[in-house]
Design a protein around this ligand. Structure first.
Ligand SMILES: C[S@@+](CC[C@H](N)C(=O)[O-])C[C@H]1O[C@@H](n2cnc3c(N)ncnc32)[C@H](O)[C@@H]1O
Length: 389
């Protein structure tokens, strides 16, 4: 595994364009946007850099082999022939992920099992020992993707989803994925220069992701675990150099992130999370009820507002009433602001009483969710035509 590597970078649906843009900016070559991800070319150093820096990537896979697969027996034989012992040591723990979109093969669980057997049998034949399987934070993760009759075998360089940034130990009701929050900030074209307000901040994900971006700090700066560190070719000197150089890119930022939540326990947790991310000097979090807003004095005159109000039946909120009140507070107290709402409630959206000027369809977990933009003029300007993406 040297020189140019063929990479597949996974992301969430709706963030493909943002991811491709990030890849190009970071120096990825031959970047091609695909469903739920992007393809790119880069060397080992790029793989380290991409794991550290990509805000909207979930996993970075390094392709080892791509072939036309006939049946399960053929799959076993080809995978058994790959020189796995060149890539990692038999003492490392392994896990296999499989995704199958083909009626030629049984379910993906079976394919994962078959792949694991082919790898383990190869090690046993070559070394007399076998690697053991570990599902949580394995040292080595292997990825099999079968689409019709094409099979791609890759090493997952991340090892675990990159949304696990390690600054958020404390989560509360329906925390948002860090990757989704970072993607939403990019769709909002938030570049770190504006004030950012989240009046229903929960665990503080938008504020922390926004502050890391504004300070040009890699989103995964707090994360130690990457599967690539367990590969035979791991170049610690190179990784340390990339890590140190990344920290030198930090820029000064100031107090311009303001979070609120109705629940005092949630406020305390969000504060602890922002401290953990070393961002507590630029993020201020207070208790406030957005539907009964009198914090006008405590926020800047202009800025961008992002909120992810409750929208799920589990949260037991009266959705239409809550969203009507959200709309009223926005109209009364936030003229001059651009407001973005991320929600999965169509009923809620209808109750806001404002016309969106932009709309993106995304997913929150398995549910459809929308990111909507509202331009809150001071009452005189005409509304925009809606742009849908
Ligand atoms: C879906 S969660 C937000 C999750 C958040 N984006 C995160 O990253 O963790 C909604 C939050 O809104 C808060 N909330 C509900 N009603 C509120 C109100 N009237 N004013 C302020 N916060 C409220 C809840 O306490 C909850 O933390």
């Amino acid at each position: 595994m040297q020189g140019d590597l063929t990479l597949f970078i996974k992301t969430l649906p709706g963030l493909e364009k943002i991811l491709s843009r990030e890849l190009k900016k970071l120096g990825g070559r031959n970047v091609v946007e695909v469903k739920r991800g992007a393809e790119a070319t880069g060397d080992l150093g790029f793989v380290y850099k991409a794991n550290l820096w990509l805000r909207t990537a979930l996993r970075i896979l390094v392709q080892l082999k791509r072939f036309q697969v006939r049946d399960e027996d053929h799959l076993y034989k080809v995978i058994n022939k790959i020189p796995w012992e060149e890539y990692f040591d038999v003492n490392k723990t392994i896990a296999v992920d499989a995704t199958v979109f083909s009626d030629r093969f049984k379910n993906s669980l079976y394919i994962a099992q078959l792949t694991k057997d082919a790898i383990v049998d190869r090690f046993r034949d070559q070394t007399g020992k076998r690697p053991s399987v570990q599902l949580r934070e394995p040292e080595i993760r292997i990825d099999i993707h079968i689409q019709k009759h094409f099979c791609t075998v890759s090493l997952d360089s991340s090892g675990d989803s990159l949304h696990k940034r390690k600054y958020r130990n404390e989560v509360d009701t329906a925390p948002l994925s860090e990757v989704l929050a970072a993607g939403i900030l990019s769709l909002m074209e938030f570049d770190g220069s504006e004030n950012l307000i989240d009046p229903m901040c929960g665990s503080g994900t938008f504020l922390i992701e926004g502050a890391l971006k504004a300070a040009n700090i890699p989103p995964n700066v707090f994360r130690n675990y990457y599967a690539f560190k367990n590969w035979n070719n791991y170049d610690q000197e190179l990784y340390d150099l990339i890590f140190t150089k990344s920290l030198e890119k930090e820029e000064n930022t100031e107090l311009k992130f303001f979070g609120f939540d109705i629940d005092p326990l949630v406020v305390a947790k969000a504060k602890r999370n922002s401290k953990q991310a070393l961002m507590d000097e630029v993020i201020k979090i207070q208790k406030a009820d957005f539907t009964n807003w009198n914090k006008g004095d405590h926020i800047p005159d202009k800025g961008v507002l992002i909120m992810n109000p409750p929208y799920d039946i589990k949260m037991e909120a009266n959705i239409p009433e809550l969203y009507r009140e959200i709309g009223n507070t926005l109209k009364r107290h936030f003229s001059g602001y651009t407001a973005w709402i991320f929600t999965g409630s169509e009923e809620g959206v209808k109750s806001i009483g404002l016309k969106a000027s932009k709309k993106y369809l995304l997913k929150n977990g398995s549910l459809d969710a929308w990111l909507l933009r509202y331009d809150l003029y001071d009452g005189t300007k005409k509304e925009h035509k809606i742009e849908s993406h």
